[in-house]
Design a protein around this ligand. Sequence first.
Ligand code: XMP
Length: 511
Amino acid sequence: MSQTRETVIILDFGGSSAQMVARRVREAQVYCELLPYKTPWEKIIEKKPKAIILSGGPSDINTENAPICDKKVFESNIPVLAIGYGMGLMVKTLGGALKSGCEGELGPAELIIDRGEALFQGIDTQITAFMDASDCIAFLPEGFEVLAHTNKTPFAAIGNGKNLYGVQFRPEKPSTLAGSDILKNFLFSIAGCRNTWSAKAFIQEQIDLIKKQVGDKKAICALSGGVDSSVAALLVHKAIGDNLICIFVDNGLLRKNEAENVVKTFKDKLNMNLIAVDASSRFLNKLKGVTEPERKRKIIGEEFIRVFEEEAAKLGKIDFLVQGTVYSDVIESGTSSNVAVKSHHNVGGLPEDLEFKLIEPLRELFKDEVRKVGVELGLSEELVYRQPFPGPGLAVRVLGEVTKEKLDILREADFIVTEEIKKAGLYRDLWQAFAILPGVQSVGVKGGMRTYTHTIAIRAITSEDGMTGRWARLPYELLDTISTRITREVEGVNRVVYDITSKPPATIEWE
Ligand code: XMP
């Protein structure tokens, strides 16, 4: 990482607060990183933080195993903003006291600003704030004073007149009016950060780094056509040109026109060094007779690695492998409590024993930042704002055995779904919208003749992150157009149904 970059450290006390704070800090064009709350001070200080933010969290400070951070966080001169749980911890650590067994204020309330300088500079004297004051404070540590209060919470914001600030509301939540401005006051006025973190600056910094790291050696990349691998590949291409060789594997499980479009975009338009391998019959052969979803995933993952390795072996000496890992992957792999409901083999999910050094230029970026970088690099908005598509592709949307005939039907139906959703201007509002072929045949009638053909299911989901989701309330007229077009235009389909199940209890994919 560049030494000139200003870094804000966010200590993560669990729940969603830390990630939301990080998003707000990045939106203010300041670079920040999340670290677990118990990170030792030596590790924190290695990052040379300009400021430290303690996130809110779901824990109760009065319990025995309550999470605590290194005390030195409060003893250096680095500006600290402690939010919600973090503020309770700061108060307790520095000699204040909390009441036990008290019902603190949670949710929106009117916050009255008592001292307008520093943290509340330029903010109205009364604002709605999302309170997170579950740790009721009895008295403050020495040297602290009240900066804001609500009717129920006398110590809603505090400061020690030097570098320590605490708030018992959540500035990162949209329901806290002016919350972003309060965070900006902390970052710019109090901590002296500059707003220099931008897609443009990031790209230049990464290009310099990659050039230095790779020199005139060669790198390869498994390009899937998805947002992350596309942006990563293009960024590395800008740095090392043709010494980046991209391998695109057509596994026969892609959507209509997808393989052609990848070649058109990356080889023809962007002049990248791309090897496109048509391995569709290999994959389909391996999937013959396989009906169990997890086995399908495993076979597809393994076959992908085999094809990739074979292609890589033809290229001679390669030192580096480019991967489109993004920040949420980094954060997710850092938590141990995730229970695997499905094994998510990404197309780029290569084994660890490959003898490459990794280049992961997007490791520090949130998805929306990856998109900004993509646009800045010249990728089309259409590509950059694509909905997620699973690594095993249409194989998990053809239920049961995957055959070419079923895939062809599904591809046509899926194409219509996407086209109509885009036409209706809803594509970006939805997390995903796609078609499924459940393998159910039913009776229909066409031109006065009885038919007995396939059913297509439509799934459209709104979601923030794919972890939970709501079935989308698509307009009836749109559903009607989709259904009419599919039954008219796709040979072998006589019925269309709409999936009205949210996640949970259902998953987004049907397999
Ligand atoms: P589920 O079906 O688990 O999906 O609710 C959540 C998100 O993950 C995607 N998904 C996958 N992505 N490999 C992937 O790369 C997989 O095997 C896989 N299975 C599900 C799914 O499309 C949704 O966005």
